[in-house]
Design a protein around this ligand. Structure first.
Ligand code: PMP
Length: 448
């Protein structure tokens, strides 16, 4: 009935083989399949479930909202409160517009950048995934990487030609591209830290270099925080770099953007770089269909009805989704992010130590609380820094590793090119179960 049996290709076990489990329910750090098996969930709905599944406060907020009506097609107080909560965390999101999916958010950000600059070209990085809009599928990560596809059929060549794809973490390539075509480039779009070709941390200063180069050429910088936003830090990847939670390069520190103070309350660090536009998704909706575009007010106000850039949505800012998002963000404080970070450290080291014991060369790819494993001596020698290196790893070790974990009751992401997601609900019981399953998984990877 349903092509491939799934509504989103990443759910299929395309690269690991076998059939995906049907999930009947989920609670905390566990999902239960339709045959009643309880699995430790390391996918967390691909990111949204930062607090764990069916958090009582989030469920209650959604139930209360549902009782008041499912959709009005008119403004609500909750969406304004959520927009304010986003701006409190990320002050450069001076204006926020809600949509229903990350794809819509990035598609709209690109349209806005084109509308603001009057230019057509968009630069993206190979292995980054920004949703499935026509122009952003070239050398995309996530399911496109898992399927080994260069892009997608059905994208007209003239549209694909408007996207320039560059290697990630390569400042020289970016500089060269801007020297050659800078006056035609509307925007550079990048993930805060890529997590759709496996996790690939930005080199020190890479995001800052994107900011410097785009600014010098009058192009916009779109930071896609659909996956990293509100997960790696209460203020997302940008927040993490701003407060020095991850290494950042040197540079001057812009604390003002168009007259607005960008000091982040509760963030000791000063932002060294600020994108023009952000895209958010996943955690912002707490598991409901919700995403957002945020950014400079002068750019955001080009959106209809104030400006000439059209964007709309019947269910945009849906009251159930904004209730789930607002409740999630109010609970997702520093302590929650720290707990998720610690859980990631614990799980990554359990897996890595098991692989070491079996002599399987690998690297733990880490960006904030996101991690993935890359296999092979090359990855082990120097961790993966771009898509070419990600594809060159010993990908064939992953299916055996994945299935042995699944047999041991652990649901890992069904592709080596996806990040592993933890939640604040993951604790010692889950770690013990992972530790029990890890040795045979490592053995399976060694023998693959
Ligand atoms: N951007 C990034 C960085 C993502 O990881 C994703 C989805 N994994 C998207 C955009 C697209 O979001 P959605 O699936 O909600 O359309």
């Amino acid at each position: 009935m349903i092509p491939g049996g799934v509504d989103s290709p990443v759910r299929a076990f395309g690269s690991v083989g076998g059939a995906p489990r049907f999930i009947a329910s989920a609670q905390g750090a566990r999902v239960t399949d339709s045959e009643g098996h309880s699995l430790v969930d390391l996918v967390c709905s691909w990111g949204p479930m930062l607090l764990g599944h069916a958090h009582p406060a989030v469920v209650e907020a959604v139930q209360e909202a549902a009782a008041r009506g499912l959709s009005f097609g008119a403004p609500t107080e909750t969406e304004t409160l959520l927009a304010e909560e986003i701006r409190r965390r990320v002050p450069a999101a001076q204006r926020v517009r809600f949509v229903s999916t990350g794809t819509e958010a990035t598609m709209t950000a690109v349209r806005l950048a084109r509308g603001a600059t009057g230019r057509d070209l968009v630069v993206k990085f190979a292995g980054c995934y920004h949703g499935h809009s026509d122009g952003l599928l070239a050398e995309a990560g996530s399911g496109v990487a898992t399927g080994g596809l260069p892009g997608s059929a059905g994208v007209p060549a003239p549209i694909a030609a408007q996207t320039v794809v560059l290697p990630y973490n390569d400042v020289a390539a970016l500089e060269e591209c801007f020297l050659a075509r800078g006056s035609s480039i509307a925007a550079v779009i990048c993930e805060g830290a890529p997590a759709n070709m496996g996790v690939v941390p930005p080199r020190d200063g890479f995001n800052e270099a994107i900011r410097r180069i785009t600014e010098a050429h009058g192009a916009l910088m779109i930071l896609d925080e659909v996956l990293t936003g509100f997960r790696v830090d209460p203020a997302g990847w940008w927040g993490l770099e701003s407060r020095g939670g991850t290494s950042v390069g040197s540079g001057t520190a812009p604390t003002m953007l168009h007259g607005h103070n960008l000091d982040v309350p509760g963030h000791p660090g000063t932002p060294r770089w600020v994108p023009d536009l952000f895209t958010f998704g996943k955690v912002v909706g707490g598991g409901m269909p919700l995403a957002a575009i945020g950014g400079r007010s002068d750019v955001m106000e080009l959106l209809a009805p104030l400006g000439p850039v059209y964007q709309a949505g019947t269910l945009s800012g849906n009251p159930l989704a904004t209730a789930a998002g607002l409740t999630t963000l109010r609970l997702a404080d520093d302590a929650v992010c720290a707990r998720v970070d610690e859980a990631a450290t614990t799980v990554a080291s359990i897996l890595s130590e098991a692989l070491d014991r079996e002599g399987v060369p690998h690297s733990v790819q880490r960006a904030g609380s996101l991690f993935s494993l890359a296999f092979g001596p090359e990855a082990a020698a120097h961790s993966v820094l771009d898509y070419a290196q990600a594809k060159a790893q010993e990908v064939w070790r992953y299916p055996a590793f994945f299935h042995a974990l699944l047999d041991g009751g652990i649901a890992a992401p069904p592709s080596v090119f996806e990040a592993w997601f933890l939640s604040a609900a993951h604790g010692p019981e889950e770690f013990d179960r992972i530790a029990l399953a890890a040795p045979s998984a490592a053995r399976a990877a060694a023998q693959a």
